[in-house]
Design a protein around this ligand. Structure first.
Ligand code: ZN
Length: 120
């Protein structure tokens, strides 16, 4: 799979609070979905969001996860085009800067392209 065949999505690919993440990348490489989210600004009382970014997990502001990509999303009224993800992540990496998160996302895509990410 060449880089030109990678599919990029505009919506976050994982994490239930991702709608409040100002940073997200989602790329399908073959049958692997690589998703990076971060810069999470938790809403205050469901309205405004906090000024300071919150962690998305232990000691990390950004994280990349890869999943086995399933059928296209069938959520009612949704046109995200993302594949459904099944099971747990098969790859994980955490970061604390956007720069590292972008580099890490590309690294995970390249690993997927070279079949270095396998379902365990
Ligand atoms: Zn969808």
């Amino acid at each position: 799979m060449k880089k030109s065949e990678w599919k990029w999505f505009g919506h976050p690919g994982h994490l239930c609070v991702a709608q409040w993440c100002r940073f997200h990348l989602a790329t399908q490489v073959g049958d692997i979905l690589v998703s990076t989210v971060g810069d999470y600004h938790r809403p205050i009382h469901g309205e405004q969001s906090e000024e300071k970014a919150d962690t998305v997990g232990l000691n990390r502001l950004y994280e990349t996860m890869s999943f086995k990509a399933g059928k296209p999303c069938r959520a009612k009224g949704c046109s995200c085009g993302l594949p459904e993800i099944s099971g747990n992540e098969i790859y994980f990496e955490g970061y604390n800067t956007a720069r590292d998160a972008i580099a890490g996302h590309m690294k995970a895509c390249e690993l997927a392209e070279n079949n270095k990410i396998k379902e365990s």
